[in-house]
Design a protein around this ligand. Sequence first.
Ligand SMILES: *Cc1c(COP(=O)(O)O)cnc(C)c1O
Length: 449
Amino acid sequence: MPAFRDPDHDALGRAILAYAEHRLALDPVPLDAPLTEAQLRERVGETITEDGIGGLPALSLFTRRLAPACLSTDHPRYLSFIPCAPSDAAAMFDLVVGASSIYGGSWLEGAGAVYAENQALRWIADLVGLPEQAGGVFVPGGTVGNLSALVAARHTARAAHPATRPFRIAATDFAHSSIVSAASVMDAEVVGVHVRDDFRMDPDALRATLEEHGPETFFAVVATCGTTNFGVVDDLASVGAVAREYGLWFHVDGAYGGAGLAAPSVRHLYDGIEFADSFIVDPHKWLFAPYDCCALLYRDPALARAAHTQKAGYLDVLTDAPEFNPTDYSIGLTRRARGLPFWFSLATHGTRAYTEAIEHTLSVIRYAADQIRARDYTELVREPDLSVVVFRRLGWSAADYHAWSDRLLADQVAFVVPTTYAGETLARFAVVNPDTTTDDIDLILDTMR
Ligand SMILES: *Cc1c(COP(=O)(O)O)cnc(C)c1O
């Protein structure tokens, strides 16, 4: 008998599948809310004992006490940060990945999984317009994706310019916090580029910034397609042209907004993205996959492989093989085949279903923008590019926004935290859930009256 076979193995298996099935069938799912550490201590107590508490009791603790203390990011009125609303197919397949013990780092060990992941990556590469040789890997999130891409960019620049050792990254203030974090990990420096009035990177300011600091000190220009706070898509054609003019690596961060590439109504905003040397999009944001999943793509994967391949005697059998090893393209060695839930859903539903679901979320945000304009107590801060809208409740202080947000959660109506911009507290909706409706928008806006 296997070492860890539970005496209730069959019953536990059925109970876990039944719970998963039940959770996925709920409509809507409960919003739920966090508890304090003291409350959890009282309700849950100690769970780790020498003899174990048994699988069914542990599952029961989770379903009754722990799960309700976690917000459901797939609730249709969870509009904070960037929600995560996986398709049933993707969420279900995550169970299969968990049960399969697939090592997703190498072709030798995970060929079938890597083949499928690469097809999903190819769909994204085609949306971007990257050439045939493009490729990459699914990493845990945009933060690791950005860091990995920037490490490849710097490695490439330093190989070309060993004397100047480029150490700077050009990006705007609207770039995601993970760019600054990546720079800090790399001991690199982010130089801020001015944005125009429309919140997009100013290509003339980019040129001026490069000239001021010396273009030879930079190794990357980072543009964003879908800034996290406002959903702004940079003018990728003109920014990319400046990057190319100076021979700099052009990285496009589409962790949130990259999914809009699949939506014809906004596709024109991305013109120029085909110039990207590297690109990321998080399927766990707007592509209906469960956490944690970021697609990282390179125009020329060989440059990333040169930067990232780990070398050791015990790995030679992998690194000397001609096959494609995902692990060679990012920070990290061991990897879960985390692209599989996304691949499975894409294979199941087809790409048109993705286009339709993304277009639906865009139509809900356009409706929200119309309502915000029409109501006499709300005002748009900026017209939405994608599926995020930021607006003002006229006459409200920061405390009013926070009290409203707290009340919505306490009443289990919605989870909508305020944001800030230029020192002002504001309301923000991010819609990536295809089950969020215009009625949900009205219901929340009505509570601000
Ligand atoms: C969310 C986000 C990131 C970070 O991605 P994680 O998956 O949270 O690590 C990076 N860039 C942008 C634009 C994002 O919206």
